[in-house]
Design a protein around this ligand. Structure first.
Ligand code: FE2
Ligand code: FE2
Ligand code: FE2
Length: 166
């Protein structure tokens, strides 16, 4: 079924375009081009519309319990299989920057898996996860419910690098 493969590919491409354009927008702002930044942000938003459209056609969004299970599985794959293999290859190739980036991601995906698993447990028990803000490290992505640590335990960044997600 070519169309299912094409939907997957289009979803991946549109998702990547969204994140890339947001990074380009940030750069355009830094370089003093606010209108270009706005154009990148607008196109990024549109790519999200396309990505979500493709995902919807693939029936990629289920009920919250199934979505949490999919998230647990996805994070687990990245944490246990994908990143360890990538780290090994980056080490063999002597790409220290890639080793560092992959190690940050591996550590954080493990944390995500745990947070998703806890949330799934709560939902299955008929309750809700804790009502607390969540802080994200702008350097490594570390995801910490409650309050931001003084120093990121994964990358060492100071508290000011964390942003709150409500
Ligand atoms: Fe698009
Ligand atoms: Fe993750
Ligand atoms: Fe961090």
């Amino acid at each position: 079924m070519a169309t299912m493969d094409n939907l997957k590919e289009a979803f991946a491409g549109e998702s990547q375009a969204n994140r890339k354009y947001l990074a380009f927008a940030k750069k355009a702002d830094e370089e003093g081009h606010p209108q270009v930044a706005r154009l990148f942000r607008a196109a990024a938003e549109a790519e999200t519309v396309h990505a979500h459209g493709h995902l919807g056609v693939m029936k990629g969004v289920k009920g919250t319990d199934e979505n949490l299970q999919a998230a647990v599985d996805g994070e687990g794959f990245e944490f246990k299989d994908m990143y360890p293999g990538f780290i090994k290859e980056a080490e063999q190739e002597g790409n220290k920057e890639a080793v560092r980036a992959f190690k940050h991601a591996r550590a954080v995906e493990g944390i995500h898996q745990g947070l998703y698993a806890d949330a799934l447990k709560a939902i299955k028990a008929g309750t809700e996860p804790d009502d607390a803000p969540i802080f994200v490290c702008g350097i490594c992505g570390n995801t910490v419910p409650g309050c931001a640590p003084e120093k990121c335990p994964i990358c060492g960044a100071p508290q000011a690098k964390f942003t709150e997600v409500k």
